[in-house]
Design a protein around this ligand. Structure first.
Ligand code: NAD
Length: 361
């Protein structure tokens, strides 16, 4: 199979970690008989420096022409970098918002996995962390409170702010279908999170999710109120497989879930549209404090590449091979500085990429 992939190395550690992900993908291609066709585009600070804007229309066209986009990270030091003296629409992050909009990416996937070997980094009590966990948060990304009508008015001399939370059934249906599709590739359980005891939008959410569930008889569906979910994430994270939720709840819960793993350098993510197309990137930022030092952890980006194979190309065996190689490298005791612990061997970004590549079977 020929895979057309647009890469956005970006800023800071971005180019280093994308290089390692490409190494791993090339090894997969060689072993499994695929052809990787990579094209790089500029975005963020790198694009500002070269083209005066954080993302050009030509770069968007290149991304659209591919089957998937693999990104490192964009942005610089927000206090010292000259990029942050520019007007907001010309700053690095504006490129990210523009590409998400141009590609119609409405579904955000963030796995939160606690590897046995890294359980020491988990801030939860050992009796909870020892069970491990492997969940994925499927968050609606383009609707809800963040995109509803908003205004601030003055009424009888009192300031009043209004934000509107709106979802229509089509927006809910398309994200629910993504949630169930992903659950079919995992342990076949969906926890739909809402606030149906209070909000109309949540009651509609629940109704539509139940309708979609009928097409997935193999998947177990449960509903959970968002406040309970926030508690359950720290009390018993092992119970979750796919958490399906709307924009604001997902924003908060996905950060909570990632903090519970304790390892920011390990967390991948994906944003999908209603085709197989997706943008895959680590959950962390461009880490300008360690850029160019060959000490960044490339694993989040390598695991994002694995998600790309699984969700955009349906290459589950190849994705499993990458996930297994990452697990093996941890079992063999290799760590980058951010996940280092006593008795392990500390390696740099490029060496970590090599070690994972060697373990692809
Ligand atoms: P950050 O995630 O870049 O860094 C936070 C801390 O974690 C730093 O100490 C950094 O060294 C460390 N870290 C992050 N990733 C690491 C890795 N792979 N290996 C080892 N250590 C790692 O967050 P920040 O410092 O708040 O943001 C820096 C820049 O990144 C900002 O310009 C911000 O806007 C941008 N950012 C971009 C994205 C994106 O491109 N999607 C996401 C978040 C932040």
């Amino acid at each position: 199979m020929e895979l057309k992939i647009t890469c956005i190395p970006g800023d800071g550690i971005g180019p280093e970690i994308v290089t390692e992900a490409k190494k791993v993908l090339n090894k997969v291609a060689q072993l499994y008989g695929h052809k990787m066709n990579f094209t790089d585009i500029l975005m963020g600070g790198a694009s500002i420096d070269a083209c005066g804007v954080p993302l050009t229309d030509e770069a968007i066209a290149t991304a659209k022409a591919a089957d998937a986009v693999l990104m490192g990270s964009i942005g610089g030091n927000t206090t010292t970098s000259p990029w942050y003296k520019l007007p907001p629409n010309l700053r690095p992050e504006a490129g990210l918002l523009k590409i998400r909009k141009a590609l119609n990416l409405f579904a955000n996937l963030r796995p939160a996995v606690l590897y046995e070997e890294l359980s020491g980094a988990c801030p939860l009590k050992e009796e909870i962390s020892s069970k491990g966990f492997d969940m994925l948060i499927m968050r609606e990304l383009t609707g809800g409170l963040y995109f509803g009508e908003r205004k601030t008015i003055e009424e009888n001399g009192v300031l009043k702010a209004i934000d509107t939370l709106t979802y229509d059934e089509n927006e809910i249906r398309r994200i629910a279908i993504k949630g169930f599709d992903v659950a079919m590739k995992r342990r076949k359980k969906v926890t739909s999170v809402d606030k149906a005891n209070v909000l109309d939008s949540s009651r509609l959410w629940r109704k539509v999710v139940e309708e979609v569930a009928k097409d997935y008889p193999e998947v177990t569906l449960e509903h959970m109120l968002v406040d309970n979910c926030a508690m359950q994430l720290v009390k018993d994270p092992a119970q979750f497989d796919v958490i399906l939720t709307e924009n604001m709840f997902g924003d908060i819960l996905s950060d909570e879930a990632s903090m519970v793993t304790g390892s920011i350098g390990m967390l991948s993510s994906a944003s999908l549209n209603d085709t197989k197309f997706g943008l895959y990137e680590p959950s962390h930022g461009s880490a300008p404090d360690i850029a160019g030092m060959d000490i960044a952890n490339p694993i989040a980006t390598i695991l994002s590449a694995s998600m790309m194979l699984r969700f955009s190309f349906d290459l589950d065996k190849e994705a499993d091979a990458i996930d297994a190689a990452v697990k093996q490298v941890l079992q063999d005791g290799f760590r980058t500085g951010d996940i280092m612990s006593e008795g392990c061997t500390k390696v740099g970004c490029s060496k970590m990429g090599d070690l994972i590549t060697e373990r692809i079977k």
